[in-house]
Design a protein around this ligand. Structure first.
Ligand code: UGA
Length: 493
């Protein structure tokens, strides 16, 4: 992918963010990312000896110069859900995108290809065209392409290097086709051309929302079935496995959980609902709203199950929350199911010991946003500290270290990028890893990940010992054999 002739400029208004990108402490945790932005030089013994930024990768806050120097501009700004005004709570907030387009219009002195990388509503390219026509220098040519991002956090590098597909939407004109080919040639440096798909701008814009909505729908579907399993004695993992063997259904995105989180699914399904409502399609909007309704209900159901099992009173009891990120291998907490579960536990009077290997204490307090309960939250440095004196453990993120070893969990693929020779793992990068965990208290599993020692945890907890597994990462039979009472999603034990 490294092409010395190609200059890549990452421009952002935030000085602190650009400083972080320039430093060795990148602003986000993502396995393999450090290697993408770093050129590992080897000495004559082929051992990595010196790290430096890739010579063609630049970070700057000088947006004006970055625009002028570039032939292709990717707009990668946030499009969060609007919090006030018309469409508040469901429409995307387009102000960052508008200001990026205005910056291009005001500063461009040559023709540009503008690529929508951000997730945007359908027909955003129309609004971009209108803004450019009204504000750019006359005589300049702008081609607008849609090139949605399909990577998932935690596997972003792998998804970038080995994408299922790259989608390019363009205007149906000779100039649009040429611009689309220019972008295709960029990707063709590492993506097989048959995986690069060309469509109209509108299909491309809608395909991104549709893909995320369909993925979210699968999770809500399996989660709705998990409730039936708990009531009937069926096992949701068996149901997902059996259904997934049908090739028309497929096995992926059918892991029942405490609910989906992240910055995308919730926001994109809301956007789809908003779009349907604006198009006077209330039945369609209602259908997709149902996906979000099941997701909130699944979180509430999980929290209620903890309360119910602990004799309907949490006052003065301690719950150890293992994992706060919305999924493993990321420090991202946006829309994490842990937020509402912790809020419910606190409002029931519980003390909550929270451990996550990648989420900072400040972020946890900010997300929980219940200052009156701060003295009921204790941030733990590791699993054992969190478990000490706890009446129950609640697993809310599927970090590998929480697995009991034999539980069925998705096999991790290594990030074999050609650059990724020192992929950081939670164990090596974790803020907790520097804290006092005795090596004897951790076990190494087949995949080399440190696993928590459940036998040691059993010596630290109050009796009876409850485990509420919101990610189905522990083997209930094994833990029951060690004296734990296990409550898994979609299983009545
Ligand atoms: C999602 C999509 O998977 C990406 O294709 C898309 O590019 C991205 O949104 C985006 O729009 O930027 P992401 O949110 O990073 O990616 O992560 P996912 O792996 O999709 O997981 C989302 C949530 O669903 C997590 O909370 C995860 O724990 C949960 N999940 C996932 C389940 O509960 N069950 C599953 O089977 C899979």
């Amino acid at each position: 992918m490294h092409n010395p002739k190609l200059k890549v400029i990452v421009a952002d208004l935030s000085e602190s963010r650009i400083d972080a990108w320039r430093s060795d402490a990148l602003p986000i945790y993502e396995p393999g990312l450090q290697d993408i932005v770093t050129d590992i030089r080897h000495d004559e013994n082929e051992t990595p000896s010196k790290e430096s930024r890739q010579s063609n990768l630049h970070f700057t806050t000088n947006v004006k110069d970055a625009i002028n120097e570039s032939d292709i501009i990717f707009i990668c700004v946030n499009t969060p859900t609007k919090m006030k005004g018309s469409g508040a709570g469901s429409a995307p907030n387009m102000r960052y995108l508008e200001s990026a387009v205005l910056a291009i219009a005001e500063n461009a002195t040559s023709d540009k290809i503008i690529v929508e990388k951000s997730t945007v509503p359908v027909r955003t390219a129309d609004s971009i065209r209108t803004l450019l026509d009204a504000n750019a220098r006359p005589g300049l040519k702008f081609d607008i392409l849609s090139n949605p991002e399909f990577l998932a956090e935690g596997t972003a590098v792998r998804d970038l290097l080995y994408p299922d597909r790259v989608l390019i939407g363009s205007e149906s004109s000779p100039s649009g086709a040429t611009a689309a080919l220019t972008l295709e040639n960029l990707y063709a440096a590492w993506v097989p051309r048959e995986r690069i798909i060309h469509t109209s701008l509108w299909s491309s814009e809608l395909a991104k929302l549709a893909s995320n909505a369909l993925l979210a729908q699968r999770i809500s579907s399996i989660n709705s079935l998990s409730a039936i399993c708990e009531a009937t004695g069926a096992n949701v993992q068996e149901i997902a496995h059996i259904a997934g063997l049908d090739q028309r259904i497929g096995a992926k995105m059918l892991k029942s959980s405490v609910g989906f989180g992240g910055s995308c699914f919730h926001k994109d399904v809301l956007n789809l609902c908003y779009l349907a409502e604006s198009l006077h399609l209330p039945e369609v909007a209602e259908y997709w709203h149902g996906i979000l309704k099941i997701n909130s209900w699944q979180r509430e159901r999980f929290a209620r199950r903890i309360i119910h099992k602990l004799n309907n009173t949490l006052t003065g009891k301690t719950i150890a929350v293992l994992g706060f990120a919305y999924k493993k291998d990321t420090g991202d907490t946006r829309e994490s199911p842990a937020i509402s579960v912790v809020q419910t536990l606190l409002s029931e009077g519980a003390y909550v010991n929270i451990y996550d290997p990648q989420v900072t204490p400040a972020k946890i307090y900010e997300e929980v946003a219940m200052p009156a309960y701060h003295d009921h939250i204790r941030i733990s440095a590791n699993v054992y500290e969190a478990a000490t004196g706890a009446h129950a453990l609640a697993i809310l993120t599927e970090w590998d270290e929480f697995c009991s070893g034999d539980a069925p969990t998705e096999k991790r693929h290594s990030v074999d990028s050609g650059f990724a020779s020192n992929v950081a793992t939670p164990a090596t990068k974790s803020p907790a890893s520097s804290r006092s965990v005795s090596p004897s208290s951790q076990k190494s599993s087949e995949d080399g990940k440190a696993r928590m020692d459940w036998a040691e945890v059993a010596t630290l907890m109050k009796r009876p010992m409850y485990v509420f597994d919101g990610r189905n990462v522990v083997d209930p039979a094994k833990l029951q054999g060690m004296g734990f009472s296990v409550e898994s999603i979609g299983q009545a034990l």
